[in-house]
Design a binder for this molecule. Structure first.
Ligand code: AMP
Ligand code: MG
Length: 495
């Protein structure tokens, strides 16, 4: 089947239930536009498990029909495709952006009463493409697929990936690369940058419409409170604090925490040069374009706070009629961020160390362990997992008297809680992943798929990272840190 313009799916055996609420917002919030059809789409990967949880049955589709659907050549019947307008601070500088290579096909209602955006990424030029071609290359789309699905399996809020299709077209980057389209599933694509766009283009009336919409969609419990906009700000702050803490607990570095890549829903979004760190070093940077380490591992909470301040600015006129009072409210909310973040992080770290109770010195105990890991260039994931594996005979993790002393302290700390050692052990195993999509494994899977059309390596990696807390013998190879020559030092955003 070859398609020159988009057509609509004749039947709905897949089970789409669209209700496109964003497309009912003011016309200035988006552009109505169709995906640009592609030459010869082919399925690279379909996420049947995710589809089922969304109430979609992909098994009714033939290979070709699935490829046409997830390339945007064929649209679900009730689709109302739009490209969303947004802005953003990129590396601190403000820019007008928008979906330059993505189309929101529609919002699907799930069997459990949820609502998700179905978005095609790499779907062709839009009014927001600026100088870009609107397309995406296969490897970065598969990268987003792997890491987003791994994040979900780890229990970290994230957008999901439903499909990747190749387009049969070449995209020109530094070299010619196979083109691809990712189908992204998200709670929504409302970003801090969406608010930044609307406040500049529509003023306070526009922000009120967007804020009311956001509250209804993501924070309905706030509809009736006294100052819903201040409550919205506080809730977004709380969700981001929790999210960034969870990234850091898992050793994850997002890599491009621009305000357009911060979702108001609290999901991790826009997987570019992101990566999990192997050896623990708080200064780790992977992104090839992050020259000054703005988005390095240990800067992520500060940057989240900076981004949230940009969000707060857009809400100012809604927070209080008097400018000074509005500013004071916003500042107080933003100043709370470090404490909220620290609490989330500390509680997560306690679980990683098998602690059910809180003691004032816990922070010091944790810092001392991280200092030892850094000194020994220890693998972050495996060190925690090794601690959970048993109660470690003296000195088995690091040959270091300081570690022996630390271990004595930790054991004493464990014995001061009423929970059994077995309960601590179970808590640690549920909070210290054994398998993550390590960079060298991701690169290996992407090279096999992108260079050789071999998807078996990718399938094995996906199977391994979908059960991150199980220490299954068949995935032992995925737990090994990279050797010196396997180590990946830089990642690329692939736009
Ligand atoms: P990202 O780096 O993916 O977060 O994208 C930042 C901005 O650049 C967004 O507005 C994207 O839509 C846009 N963009 C990225 N790649 C392309 C491309 N190949 N063509 C058009 N716009 C793009
Ligand atoms: Mg982005």
């Amino acid at each position: 089947m070859s398609i020159q313009s988009n057509t609509n799916l004749e039947n709905n055996s897949v089970g789409w239930r669209f209700d496109n609420s964003y497309a009912r917002l003011p016309e200035t919030f988006y552009a109505r536009i169709h995906p640009v059809p592609v030459q010869a789409p082919r399925v690279a990967i379909l996420n049947y498990t995710l589809a089922e949880s969304l109430g979609l049955n992909l098994r009714t589709l033939g290979e070709d029909e699935a490829a046409q659907l997830f390339s945007g050549n064929l649209l679900p019947h009730a689709a109302q495709p739009i490209a969303q307008a947004y802005a953003g601070h990129q590396f601190g500088n403000f820019t007008m952006l928008g979906d330059g290579r993505a189309i929101l096909v529609g919002e699907h209602l799930t069997p459990d009463g949820g609502r998700v955006d179905i978005q095609l990424k790499g779907s062709g030029r839009t009014p927001f493409s600026r100088r870009g071609d609107g397309r995406a290359a296969l490897a970065p789309m598969l990268r987003e697929y792997i890491i987003s699905e791994a994040m979900h399996a780890l229990g970290i809020p994230s957008t999901r990936s439903l499909a990747v299709v190749t387009t049969g077209e070449i995209v020109m980057r530094e070299t010619p690369l196979p083109g691809a389209i990712l189908t992204r599933v998200a709670a929504s694509h409302i970003r801090v940058g969406t608010f930044e766009y609307v406040v500049r283009s529509e003023g306070v009336e526009g922000v009120k419409i967007l804020a009311d919409y956001t509250i209804q969609r993501h924070y309905p419990e706030l509809i009736e409170v006294d100052n819903p906009y201040l409550a919205l700000l506080n809730s977004v702050i709380a969700r981001q604090a929790s999210l960034v803490a969870r990234w850091m607990l898992a050793g994850f570095i997002h890599g491009v925490m621009n305000t357009d890549n911060m979702a108001i829903s609290g999901e991790t979004i826009d997987y570019g040069p992101c990566a999990f760190m192997d050896a623990f070093d708080p200064q780790t940077v992977f992104s090839s374009i992050d020259y000054h380490g703005r988005y390095r591992y240990d800067n992520q909470s500060r940057i989240a706070q900076w981004d949230l301040a940009r969000f707060a600015e857009t809400l100012l006129p809604l927070l209080h009629a008097e400018q000074e009072k509005a500013l004071a409210l916003a500042q107080a909310a933003i100043q709370d961020f470090p404490d909220i973040f620290q609490r989330c992080w500390l509680n997560g770290m306690r679980k990683k160390l098998g602690l059910f109770t809180e003691e004032a010195e816990d922070g010091l105990l944790i810092e001392a362990l991280l200092t030892l890991m850094h000194k020994h260039q220890a693998d972050y994931t495996n060190s925690f997992r090794a601690l959970s594996a048993a109660y470690l005979p003296e000195n088995s993790l690091f040959k270091d008297d300081a570690f022996a002393a630390w271990q004595t302290q930790w054991r004493a700390r464990l014995s001061r809680q009423s929970a059994s050692l077995q309960a601590s052990f179970d808590l640690m195993c549920a909070n210290n992943p054994a398998v993550l999509p390590r960079n060298h494994r991701v690169e290996e899977a992407l090279a096999a798929a992108s260079d050789h059309g071999d998807y078996a390596v990718l399938a094995r990696l996906l199977a391994a990272v979908s059960e991150p807390y199980a220490e299954l013998p068949e995935y032992a190879a995925y737990r090994a840190p990279p050797t010196a020559c396997e180590r990946v030092r830089q990642t690329f955003c692939g736009t």
